[in-house]
Design a protein around this ligand. Structure first.
Ligand code: IPM
Ligand code: MG
Length: 340
């Protein structure tokens, strides 16, 4: 039976890179695609960034593939107005996707495209395991007159389940990143990760987040799994993305306890400045399709084939503008399809 995938093109360059993804999927198997609205596109149609119908459609699918949400049209500081990002957070929370995986592996052809020296990134192959449904993203927040607050909350159970994912996926070691010299949530985090780590063979180290930000650019190849909470993971994964040469290269998988579908999306945003120009880099989107094939649909061979095709296309010289070239989204898609 064909795998059922809900596609969520979203905003900005989203529809352009989703069209590219659909073309690639067409080469890889039999998929039943159902397109739905999310983000600004959903706000325009329904006044909310995510409707219950769309969330239900995702629940009923084998996987959800999202391109990007957001744009200046919906930017607002009014807490009463809907924001596109709420669609994304609603999907993550609504589908119970607590584990966000962001693999960072510079393609051999791009070793000179990174702002860091080739020698530094050559052996980099790391995985950010970001907790995705807790912490300051989902704690109580408010605005009282001239004072605002956001609360960071973690329970032991929330830390424990993401720590288990980190150890499961580690090959050499787990680096747990926190701010335990300041934050109570980080001290709880450290205690629980220690407890989980005690029952594992994989070595565990703890690192403060400011130090981790520095080590990511000074010796990125030392890292294997970076296990961290929601907001630290958000920030560190953008930093780590640049090791690959461009934020346009980094894919992600968001997974739950395995009982429902995962959500797969590039780490980059909707790039409103280049939307409609046909020049968006679709490679992070293809990487996200590969993660969907691997983690969401148990199609490891197809996932590897797609990743290799991307590497070969880059090896042949494929460069979109974010990588210093002039390939269009369409040309990039053709190059990858030709290598499949
Ligand atoms: C990401 C994005 C989102 C996040 C935004 C769009 C809400 O930056 O997936 O990293 O902060 O999680
Ligand atoms: Mg981010």
């Amino acid at each position: 039976m064909a795998h059922r995938i809900v596609t969520l093109p979203g905003d900005g360059i989203g529809p352009e890179i989703m069209a590219a993804a659909e073309q690639v999927l067409g080469e890889l198997g039999d998929f039943q695609l159902e397109e739905q609205l999310v983000g600004g596109a959903s706000i325009d149609a329904h006044g909310t960034a995510l409707t219950d119908e769309v969330l239900d459609a995702c629940r009923g699918a084998d996987a959800a593939l999202l391109a990007a949400v957001g744009g200046p049209k919906w930017d607002t500081t009014d807490p009463a107005k809907p924001r596109p990002e709420q669609g994304l957070l609603g999907l993550r929370k609504g589908l119970g996707l607590f584990a966000n995986l962001r693999p960072v592996r510079p393609s051999p052809a791009l070793l000179d495209s990174s702002p860091l020296k080739r020698e530094l990134i050559e052996d980099t192959d790391l995985l950010v395991v970001r907790e995705l449904t807790g912490g300051i993203y989902f704690g109580e927040r408010g605005l009282n007159g001239d004072t605002a607050y956001d609360t960071c909350v973690y329970s032991e159970a929330e830390v424990e389940r993401i720590a288990r994912v980190g150890f499961e996926l580690a090959r050499r070691k787990v680096t747990s990143v926190d701010k335990a010299n300041i934050l109570e949530t980080s001290r709880l985090w450290r205690k629980v990760v220690d407890r989980v780590g005690a029952g594992e063979d994989t070595p565990l180290e703890h690192m403060l987040v400011d130090n981790a930000a520095m080590q990511l650019v000074s010796r990125p190849a030392e890292f294997d799994v970076i296990l961290t909470e929601n907001m630290f993971g958000d920030i560190l994964s953008d930093e780590a993305a640049m090791l690959t040469g461009s934020l346009g290269m980094l894919p992600s998988a968001s997974l739950g306890d395995g009982s429902g579908p995962g959500l797969f999306e590039p780490v980059h945003g909707s790039a409103p400045d280049i939307a409609g120009t046909g020049t968006a880099n679709p490679l992070a989107m293809f990487g996200s399709v590969a993660l969907m094939l691997r983690h969401g649909l148990a199609m490891e061979n197809e996932a590897t084939a797609l990743e290799s095709a991307v590497d070969r296309a880059l090896g042949d010289g494929l460069r979109t503008p974010d990588l210093g070239g002039d390939a269009t989204t369409e040309a990039a898609t053709r190059a990858v399809v030709a290598n499949l």
